[in-house]
Design a protein around this ligand. Structure first.
Ligand SMILES: [Zn+2]
Length: 102
C-alpha cells in the first residue's frame, strides 16, 4: 500500500518579514489613503504566525497567543496584511477607532 501523502507536493512559503522602520513607512502610506493594514509577525519562540487585530497600528512588541512569549517585533521585523475594501473614509475611521467591525 502506498502512502498517498508521498505524492503530494507541499509548498510552504516562509513568511517574509521586513525591517520594522520600513513597514512603518509603507503602512503609513496605505493608512493615509484610507486602507487597512494588519501587522503580522512570527513568534520568536514557537514560530507561530500572528496577525494583530487593530488595523493601522504597529506594535513594537507583542505576545504570542500560543506560548505567551513576548516578541521584540521592532528588532525582529514584521509584515502586514492589506485588506481590500470598498469602505468610505468615514467607515475606515470608525474601524480604526474600534467602533465598527472590519
Ligand atoms: Zn509562541
Amino acid at each position: 500500500m502506498t502512502d498517498k501523502t508521498n505524492n503530494v507536493l507541499v509548498v510552504q512559503n516562509k513568511p517574509k518579514d521586513h525591517p520594522f522602520k520600513v513597514i512603518v513607512e509603507v503602512v503609513r502610506i496605505h493608512a493615509l489613503r484610507g486602507r487597512l493594514c494588519y501587522q503580522k509577525f512570527s513568534c520568536s519562540k514557537c514560530g507561530q504566525r500572528l496577525t494583530m487585530e487593530t488595523p493601522n497600528v504597529l506594535y513594537k512588541t507583542a505576545s504570542c497567543d500560543q506560548c505567551q512569549t513576548v516578541t521584540d517585533i521592532e528588532k525582529q521585523g514584521c509584515n502586514f496584511m492589506l485588506e481590500m475594501h470598498n469602505k468610505t473614509l468615514e467607515q475606515v475611521y470608525r474601524v480604526i477607532a474600534g467602533k465598527e467591525d472590519s
